[in-house]
Design a protein around this ligand. Structure first.
Ligand SMILES: *Cc1c(COP(=O)(O)O)cnc(C)c1O
Length: 371
């Protein structure tokens, strides 16, 4: 049997005709730049998140960057974020001249440890960025409490968690602003690059709307930073068809995750937490294992795709070599980087596929497979 790391075709094949039709509609209307599909997607996505405003952009990184600018982060200001995240979270801060201040993560949830935030706050701190890593919501209540106490703003990086819930609220509606990537492999993905920013703050939404489009509220009057980070109308047309499928996709991912977790019971494989106050959407199903390189090689030979998210933490990346970080500074993040392994996960994954992966992992460790 072959189990690819990700196979998104199956989930979308049933709507492919509708997508083709929607894309052709854009061609016929010729409204290629900030056309009707973009406005429609912004409206639907804001509603999906339970937020007032959404602004369509060209990537998740742009959403983080423009959010930080609109939140008033100036060169030299500090932004607190988890050490364990994709590079874009930190890069967005660096690109606008800010200083990414990292905190270690919780060993169980892999998300920012709220107990470490206050010690990282200084007079220059402006924003905290919790990341809902792998689709599991960061612990937002204590994070919001600390932010309010110190008069800081919170920007959720929800790029891996479309549709996840934290205490009955969708992620993206809890912080002051949220950024989502809509990269093809994300839980809601375009047919190319795209991203979106969500907020209840009208002023922030208006500023980002201007900044994405050459800094203009009014044509050829460039008041704000004249970026070009517009969402492509064709991508919005695709996303309009795919958005209604997100919750179904999450349910399917959750079923596969439950089968995995059950299958690994009694083995040395450490499975992800999934507490009842959250709804994990399993962008990735990440376990912690011993002998990772050997296991990964063994699974590859058995036709099973795996990944590592991420093998080198932000603070040890060559790009940050001169940023004053050091090895050993974030021990939990560094330990996780050595042990984590992402197993195949996608909507529509079959029970047979999950069982096959579990069996092969057990075979590797010499655990007897029960019938
Ligand atoms: C994918 C991702 C991003 C960046 O998104 P792009 O659309 O690729 O720019 C940012 N943060 C996290 C946590 C991500 O997973």
């Amino acid at each position: 049997m072959q189990v690819p790391f990700v196979d998104l075709k199956k989930h979308y094949l049933p709507v492919q005709d509708k997508i083709n039709e929607a894309v052709l509609g854009v061609v016929e209307r010729g409204d290629f730049i900030l056309g009707q599909s973009v406005a429609q997607f912004e409206h639907s996505f804001a509603e999906f998140c339970g937020a007032k405003h959404a602004v369509g952009l060209d990537s998740g990184l742009s959403a983080l960057k423009l959010a930080l600018r609109a939140m008033g982060v100036e060169p030299g200001d500090e932004v607190i974020l988890p050490a364990d995240t994709f590079i874009a979270t930190a890069a967005a801060v660096s690109f606008i001249g800010g200083k990414p201040v990292l905190v270690d993560v919780d060993e169980k949830t892999y998300n920012m440890d709220p107990a470490l935030i206050e010690a990282a706050i200084t007079e220059r701190t402006k924003v905290i960025i919790p990341v809902h890593l792998y689709g599991y919501p960061a612990d937002m209540d204590p994070i919001m409490e600390i932010a309010n106490k110190h008069d800081l703003k919170v920007l959720e990086d929800a790029s891996q968690a479309h549709g996840a819930y934290y205490r009955h609220r969708r992620v993206g509606s809890i912080g002051h602003v949220a950024a989502f990537s809509l990269y093809p492999a994300k839980n809601l993905g375009a047919y190319g690059d795209a991203g979106i920013l969500v907020t209840n703050d009208e002023d922030i939404a208006n500023q980002v709307r201007a900044m994405r489009n050459c800094g203009q509220h009014q044509k050829y009057i460039h008041e704000l930073a004249p970026y070009n980070h517009r969402m492509d109308t064709m991508q919005a047309a695709v996303l309009n068809i795919k958005l209604p499928l997100v919750d179904d996709g999450s349910a399917s991912r959750r079923e596969a995750a439950a089968l995995y977790t059950q299958g690994f019971e009694g083995t040395e494989v450490i499975t992800p937490v999934d507490e009842s106050h959250c709804r994990h959407v399993y962008h990735l199903y990440v376990v912690r294992v011993n002998s990772r390189p050997e296991l990964q090689k063994f699974l590859k030979e058995k036709g099973i795709g795996t990944g590592i998210h991420y093998p080198v933490p932000v603070h040890l990346q060559p790009f940050y070599a001169d940023a004053g970080f050091s090895k050993g500074q974030f021990p939990v993040t560094e330990k996780l980087a050595d042990e984590i392994l992402s197993l195949p996960m996608f909507p529509g994954m079959t029970e047979e596929q999950v069982s096959y992966v579990v069996e092969q992992v057990k075979a590797f460790y010499g655990v007897p497979v029960s019938a």
